[in-house]
Design a protein around this ligand. Structure first.
Ligand code: TMP
Length: 206
């Protein structure tokens, strides 16, 4: 059995991940691969419970370290029970966010040092890294205006503007560090142009 590929989609709030995730899935399926669509934090029963705790803005304040550890606890479950088994049976895994989000949100947004994140990444993921990452990037005012149209803002969406600016800059830093893996798309252009670029990236990847 040939191991599947691991593809992740990243971006700040309101950049259009949900719409484009469905589009990427349909592009992949044109190449006759079986796609396992999943998300982080989440993807298993326990990881989805951790997600609820992470996104809930009521109740006890979550420390930055607790937040980071909850994200990697969810990731450990997700890798063991969903991602690795799917890849092993030849499925392609398409994941809405992964560890680049941790470098952006916890590293950039919360100012947690990179070494701590790298240490947890090595512990939890061992050799597992995405084969391809697509980063949707837009100025934060555009993304936030879209995100704020939704009814209830979660704990991350309720952060201050500076937090989102740091998240965006960290994502761009990651993209500059790993240009082979991370493909950057401007998300503030018409959807048809975004999707033309997505289709091209997928075609080149195959
Ligand atoms: P979503 O908006 O893509 O559903 O993701 C939920 C939130 O989780 C989003 O605001 C970003 C946050 N998050 C982190 O802070 N660190 C992570 O490693 C991941 C995967 C998500």
């Amino acid at each position: 059995m040939i191991r599947g590929k691991f593809i992740t989609l990243e971006g700040g709030e309101g950049v259009g991940k949900t719409t484009n995730l469905a589009f990427i899935k349909s592009c992949l399926e044109q190449y006759k691969v079986t796609v396992t669509l999943t998300r982080e934090p989440g993807g298993t029963e326990l990881a989805e419970k951790l997600r609820q705790l992470l996104l809930n803005k009521d109740g006890e304040a979550i420390s930055e370290q607790a937040e980071l550890l909850m994200i990697f606890a969810a990731r450990a479950q997700h890798i063991k029970h969903v991602i690795e088994p799917a890849l092993a049976k030849g499925n392609w895994v398409l994941c809405d966010r992964f560890t680049d989000a941790t470098y952006a949100y916890q590293g950039g947004g919360r100012n947690i040092n990179r070494c701590s994140i790298e240490w947890l990444e090595n512990l939890v993921q061992k050799k597992l890294k995405p084969d391809l990452t697509i980063l949707l990037d837009a100025p934060i005012e555009i993304g936030l205006a879209r995100a704020k149209k939704r009814a209830n803002l979660d704990r991350f969406e309720s952060e201050k503007t500076i937090f989102f600016e740091q998240v965006r800059q960290s994502y761009l830093f990651q993209a500059a560090q790993y240009p082979e893996r991370i493909k950057l798309i401007k998300a503030d252009q018409p959807l048809t142009l975004v999707q033309n670029e997505l289709a091209e990236i997928i075609e080149t990847f195959f």
